[in-house]
Design a protein around this ligand. Structure first.
Ligand code: AMP
Length: 584
């Protein structure tokens, strides 16, 4: 099928976009001007994200404006105005301060999407601590890996998650000083404390200490192919990108009601599920429940959502409802739908046009970039299948790695290479925690190499081709094969394991493991189910393999490393390709 460009009316009757002339905006752009649009801390004390996102609105005309509208699993609605959010986040910052946590200390959350998560995130930023969200569907192993690598000093969680996933890890986490439970009435011992009790004990006001644009604010883990997850560090200045992309890509206007469906356990859920909408002083919807197509349509209608930011897996799941049922909802407030995280198939864009009355705009970024880098801006012609064009202030290119370790730009349109960005934008990660070498290896010839393969067309639109490495994208979440292989190999029956992403029409890729067994063990359906249950328990449902195949002859290279590339080619029925490095 041939997809033609979708031209948009730049002066849509509902709202005129902030970025209506791409070239003119590029020509005039400067990060200094963006910095001037954001407030400084009083008394020349620098810039703090939480101050810009909460306190400055609370102290002005938006004090009574709803900042967060939280929908509980059981359909209870709780509203938090900017004024209330200021008080609650100040209280949380006071709790941290009282417990002796300060600048640079890592504050982890493991909660699911409940108000305490948002209060803890912003309170930690006020206290100049480092906020590190963990995805609540992780099992104990990914939680342990991230907390120990992140030097977590304190964890905010619930009684259930503590009991099921954290309690057993405590003696392996010597740096962890406190666990605060959001639903515990009384302190249990000197380490396991009741958050409501602590919140009741402290004051409503908190003076944010001086904060520099370069102070570390956020720690987000992302998966590696050859090792355990990497902790990408982001600074308070990253807010400039969050703010800019809120303005130009998500096109926030004063009365918007915004819903980012991502969980803050992943970078999108923090940068856009918490920070960008609050920096713009708009109302942010948070839904506690997991995906459900009918529930989502109800939320779009009842909450009068005007801007939706979601992911292709969710859109494909919505598409299963068919266009007609979706059209029966009153979505007249919806103005813009943006999508991120995986390739957005052109069918989804066209479905959006039919079911929602507007196309779905794709955009691209990753944990390391901290914010959206390439986008189909609202006023721009959409080329279905393309990620769009770089943000003002962002220089993107297609490069080829050279043998001397450098990178050369490929100028010819339509040529595939690695997507690269010129370092220097405010939300660029400032390092992988405790892993300087891995950080340095991401850069060559003054380019940041993203690990994605892409093409650029003659008009500067970028087209995603695939990952340059073995990282798996399942339901929009990054999964590192190494992390899964390590857990498979912890099972007494498994001798070796190789893990790949197997293409799937709904979740993009599903995690598939290949295992060879130790002598004395027989392949059987019962063992397959046992391995699936074992990995689910250790890794959690978001990461564990959905399929397992027994193979006593896993392909290996001469160094004895399992060749995932070959496992994947064979799974897909593709040619083996270059076998020169394969073991005899
Ligand atoms: P994460 O760091 O978990 O946010 O994942 C980032 C990765 O997701 C990118 O490096 C891409 O491989 C993939 N990704 C993000 N956005 C898109 C998109 N619009 N199209 C295709 N792949 C995407």
């Amino acid at each position: 099928m041939k997809w033609t460009a979708i031209r948009k009316d730049p002066g849509s009757p509902k709202q005129s976009p902030h970025l209506s002339d791409y070239q003119a905006t590029l020509a005039d752009f400067s990060w200094d001007n963006i910095r001037r649009e954001l407030p400084s801390l009083p008394g020349k004390k620098g810039f703090n994200i939480a101050h810009a996102a909460v306190d400055c609105h609370a102290e002005g005309q938006l004090a009574k404006h709803v900042a967060l509208r939280w929908l509980s699993q059981s359909d209870r609605v709780e509203r938090f105005t900017y004024g209330e959010l200021k008080t609650l986040t100040s209280r949380f910052a006071n709790v941290l301060h009282m417990l002796g946590l300060g600048r640079g200390d890592t504050v982890c959350t493991l909660t699911g999407r409940i108000p305490e998560l948002y209060i803890a995130a912003l309170g930690a930023l006020k206290n100049t601590s480092v906020f590190c969200p963990l995805y609540s569907a992780f099992g104990p192993e990914p939680i342990y890996q991230r907390m120990s690598r992140g030097d977590a000093k304190i964890l905010i969680t619930t009684r259930r998650l503590y009991r099921e996933k954290v309690a057993k890890l405590l003696n392996r986490l010597p740096l962890l000083r406190y666990v605060l439970l959001v639903d515990l009435e009384e302190h249990e011992d000197s380490r396991l404390l009741s958050l409501p009790r602590l919140m009741a004990k402290v004051q409503d006001t908190f003076t944010i200490p001086s904060t520099d644009l370069e102070d570390i604010a956020l720690l987000h883990f992302t998966s590696g192919t050859t090792g355990m997850p990497k902790g990408a560090l982001h600074v308070h200045g990253a807010a400039l990108t969050h703010y800019l992309t809120g303005k130009y890509v998500l096109d926030f206007h004063a009365d918007d009601v915004f819903w980012c469906t991502a969980d803050p356990g992943w970078v999108t859920g923090t940068s856009y599920g918490i920070l960008a909408p609050l920096l713009h002083g708009i109302t942010n919807i948070v839904d506690e429940a997991d995906f459900d197509a009918t529930r989502w349509c109800n939320i779009l209608e009842s909450q009068k959502v005007s801007v939706l930011y979601t992911a292709p897996t969710a859109i494909r799941r919505l598409m299963r409802l068919g266009a007609e049922p979706v059209k029966s909802y009153n979505l007249s407030h919806l103005r813009l739908v943006q999508s991120v995280g995986e390739p957005l198939n052109p069918e989804a864009i066209v479905w959006g046009q039919e079911a929602l009355g507007m196309p779905i705009h794709d955009n691209w970024w990753q944990t390391e970039t901290g914010g959206i880098m390439i986008a189909n801006f609202p006023a721009m012609e959409i080329r279905p299948g393309s990620m769009g064009r770089p943000l003002p202030g962002i220089e993107a290119a297609i490069v080829r790695r050279s043998e001397d370790g450098g990178a050369e730009e490929i100028e010819t349109p339509g040529t595939q290479g690695e997507l690269a960005l010129r370092p220097g934008w405010p939300s660029m990660f400032r390092g992988y925690l405790h892993d300087e070498e891995r950080y340095r290896s991401c850069f060559a010839s003054d380019w940041y190499l993203t690990g994605d393969l892409a093409k650029r067309d003659g008009d500067g639109y970028f087209w995603f081709v695939g990952r340059a490495d073995d990282i798996i994208k399942t339901a929009g979440h990054m999964v590192g094969p190494f992390e899964v292989e390590s857990v498979l190999m912890a099972h007494p029956a498994v001798a070796e394991a190789g893990v790949i992403g197997k293409p799937d029409p709904v979740v993009g890729e599903l995690v598939k493991g290949f295992v060879s067994l130790k002598s004395g063990f027989e392949a059987s359906d019962a063992l397959r189910l046992e391995l699936i249950a074992f990995t689910r328990k250790m890794l959690g449902s978001a990461v564990a393999p959905r399929e397992i195949e027994f193979n006593q002859h896993l392909p290996k290279n001469r160094a004895g490393k399992i060749m995932r590339r070959l496992l994947k080619a064979r799974e897909l029925g593709l040619p083996d390709g270059d076998l020169s490095t394969m073991e005899e």
